[in-house]
Ligand binder design. Sequence first.
Ligand code: FA5
Length: 342
Amino acid sequence: MKEFETIKQRFLESLSACKSDAEIADLKAEYLGKTGVLTALMQQMKDLPADEKPKHGAAVNAIKVFIEDEIIRFKEKKYQERLTEKLASEKLDITLPGNQQTPGVRHLLNQIVEEIEDLFVGLGYQVKEGPEIETDENNFEKLNLPADHPARDMQDSFYIDPHTLLRTHTSPVQVRTMIEKGGLEPVKIICPGKVYRRDDDDATHSHQFMQIEGLVVDQNTSMADLKGTLLKMAQAMFGEDRTIRLRPSYFPFTEPSVEVDVSCYQCEGKGCSLCKQTGYIEILGAGMVHPNVLKMSGYDPDKYQGFAFGIGVERIAMLRHGIEDIRHFYTNDHRFLKQFKR
Ligand code: FA5
């Protein structure tokens, strides 16, 4: 019996020194394996007197159960120790302030473009886009602005070569679309996009800005349609109570041409600093498509008429939100941009 106690003590000492599951498995084999300590004890049975055999067998079995239980207990203890250690090392302090996530905001100019697109799509228009690098022919010649025409000075241009330039307005998309339709189908389009001019940057001018062009060509189109359309747009952009005023103007590609003013939404037309005491604010240029322009793009001006208009998107945004400097749109200051959450 004393020997059994010694075996148990030795086993417990070895078990407590085990550092891994592999070492525990080796120790288990050392005691319970085929050539292990307990097998050797069992083999001693044959040399014992018959009356001692049952006692010896029971004692060996008791050690076997003891060893198995101790291994399970030891493993469980080690597992708990490892778990506690892991939990302590991976502890999260959920009271710490989180990382600030700043969601982006759609650029105000894009918001206005989308708003105008939605309005016109609702009126049956298609949205058309054209390239920013344009031919001189589409940007000027086919819009009734031949080379050396004095009106070319109205739009100072960035030329890439003598025949190619950064488009100065979205009007060349008119030309492209009319040519595409082959002079046979009606056209009803809205064309948003970036344009470029060699203007010095200041509070109201930028060398790059956005325009939205509108064009309708059909067989029964009049100035009254143009006026009705622009009134609808002015009211959608500046309020239901707005009225518009057309003033004679000049664009080589429209005849007659007009500047369009909207009644001042700040003073209701009475006169204030925003409208420079006139009661009206200029918002865009427009007119009836010049017969030469229709003809050069394949339409018979005796059968077809059209109207067109061109809006400066920055100007609309500045008016609506009281923005005093156009350069704010292009400096990407998040503090400015995030004010215009839709
Ligand atoms: C045109 O560009 C014509 N294509 C518009 C048009 C289309 C008239 C169809 C008739 C028929 P204009 O040069 O006036 O027109 O420019 C239109 C608008 O663009 C201006 O009212 C203004 O709001 C804006 N704009 C012009 N130059 C600049 C600039 N340098 N920076 C910012 N906005 C500008």
